[in-house]
Ligand binder design. Structure first.
Ligand code: CMX
Length: 134
């Protein structure tokens, strides 16, 4: 299944309060939402750039995925999310192509969207997310 576009790029930061002014003042983007995703142990901030979003990720728990990532690699690009019309089907198709899945089926992420992750060890070192309304 072909993604329609890049839905968002996830960027791990130490502090939303410190990073948001850069996106607003230097890039002139508007932070249109801040949301905590308890399940993922992150607080997120969103900016729209054309059809694609920038999702800043601040960890709320050092043992969460973003906390561990920052501890190991520091701030930076954390994942790329592809918009998929049918996330469940896209995950099944990836698994049929021998990709290791983090999520066997979609779960709820930020903005109420269905999300599912592919393991970076199966995707040439880039954590990938499928993301969509279904
Ligand atoms: N990108 C690329 N590689 C990554 C990575 C990332 N974001 N996160 C971890 N890895 C690599 C590590 O570097 C490590 O590689 P080495 O073994 O070569 O050192 C390996 O994956 C294992 O990493 P780890 O630190 O031991 O962490 P875990 O195995 O416990 O977890 C992962 C890694 C990807 C399974 C976990 O982070 C995960 O489930 N991620 C998906 C959920 C998520 O990231 N949520 C936050 C965003 C939520 C949102 O957008 O709403």
């Amino acid at each position: 299944m072909k993604p329609t576009h890049i839905e968002h790029i996830g960027i791990a930061v130490n502090s939303l309060d410190e990073a948001i002014p850069f996106y607003e003042k230097v890039l002139g983007l508007e932070c249109y939402a801040i949301e905590e995703v308890a399940d993922q142990k992150v607080k997120t901030a969103f900016f729209m750039v054309g059809q694609t979003k920038i999702e800043l990720l601040e960890s709320t728990d050092p043992e969460g995925p973003v906390g561990k990532f920052i501890e190991k690699k520091g701030e930076g690009i954390h994942h790329i999310a592809f918009a998929q019309p049918d996330v469940a089907k896209a995950l099944t198709e990836a698994e049929e192509n021998e990709v290791k899945l983090i999520d066997q089926k979609p779960r709820k992420g930020a903005e109420g969207l269905s999300i599912g992750f592919l393991h970076p060890k199966s995707t040439f070192g880039v954590l990938m997310e499928f993301c969509g309304k279904e």
